[in-house]
Design a protein around this ligand. Structure first.
Ligand SMILES: [Zn+2]
Length: 303
């Protein structure tokens, strides 16, 4: 039984790669900005895998890749990533071009849900959903102790739940009024522009900084986002009936889960099925750790 796996978290903004032990220990973590072209993406991945080989990592170590976008898990391909210029990427081939171990591809939120089950609060629960609020919004659901995958491994694409059917704000996927269109990192900027009537903040972090300073316009936007997030979470409760929903991603984890706490206060308005709602204790490493869980247990990650 292999003791270590190579885990890759391929995100819209950052890519991370690390060696992860069975008990969830992380070593040799590398992080780089996700490049914009297919060639540069491959160059960076290859360079880091070769570096790991030089450091003594087994050339046949299993590899797990947690990736954004719509996937074809079987083909090892990211079919479409709205937050990555709609590029289609065969990321498994990129790794296999220099590495002899098995490579498994998994949706990043499904990976994070697996990590939550293996190393996080999920150890106590058989039914959990992991939600990321970051550049995009996504989810992974473990129900009755089993990861829900769907036909291509894209089950629980909850970022595209409709939370406002009259909204003029368009999602990266093309649809209107999706949760991700309004409350992801990209979405908050659009929501703010819609509410204020002009572009004041170029990034969600600028907006949140102003919120913390008590600026009135920023408060109006973040208060609205709390209600929208509550609608999204309540829909997740209703769809999956989990015991717990854990939240990660840069916005989900912002200020120890500020947006999660704000959404919790608005839940009453929407809630039917109830569940616990908390920031993930795994922090930013949830998808990376989940990539390792998938590498160790590929049978759980393949539809
Ligand atoms: Zn969408």
């Amino acid at each position: 039984m292999a003791r270590e796996a190579i885990a890759i978290d391929f995100g819209a903004t950052w890519t991370r790669m690390a060696v992860v032990t069975r008990s969830g220990g992380i070593r040799e973590m590398r992080r780089w900005k996700t490049p914009k072209s297919r060639k540069e993406i491959k160059d960076e991945i290859v360079r880091h895998v070769l570096e790991f080989h030089r450091l003594g990592v087994d050339r046949k170590a299993a590899v797990g890749i947690a990736a954004i976008g719509l996937l074809s898990v079987e083909k090892g391909r990211i079919v479409m990533a709205p937050n990555l210029g709609q590029m289609s990427i065969n990321i498994v081939e990129m790794v296999k071009s220099v590495h002899r171990g098995d490579v498994v591809l998994i949706n990043d939120c499904n990976a994070a849900a697996m990590a939550e089950k293996e190393y996080g609060v999920g150890r106590k629960y058989g039914d959990l959903v992991y939600v990321t609020i970051s550049t995009g919004i996504g989810g992974g659901a473990i129900i009755d102790n089993r990861l829900l995958l769907g036909k291509d491994g894209n089950a629980a694409e909850i970022g595209h739940l409709v939370v406002d059917y009259e909204s003029p704000i368009r999602c990266g996927c093309g649809g209107y009024g999706h949760w991700e269109a309004l409350c992801s990192g990209v979405g908050l900027v659009k929501l703010a522009r819609h509410i204020v009537g002009r572009l004041v903040w170029r990034s969600s972090s600028d907006l949140l900084d102003d919120y913390l300073r008590g600026r009135r316009q920023a408060s109006a936007v973040i208060d609205e986002a709390a209600k929208i997030n509550a609608a999204g979470f309540a829909s997740v409760f209703n769809a999956y009936d989990p015991e717990v929903v854990t939240v990660g991603g840069s916005l989900g984890l912002y200020r120890d889960g500020l947006l999660v706490r704000m959404a919790s206060k608005e839940l009453k308005r929407f809630e039917t099925v109830k569940a616990k709602l908390i920031p993930t204790p795994l922090g930013a490493n949830a998808p990376l750790l989940g990539a390792a869980v998938a590498a160790f247990n590929p049978e759980l990650a393949i539809p």
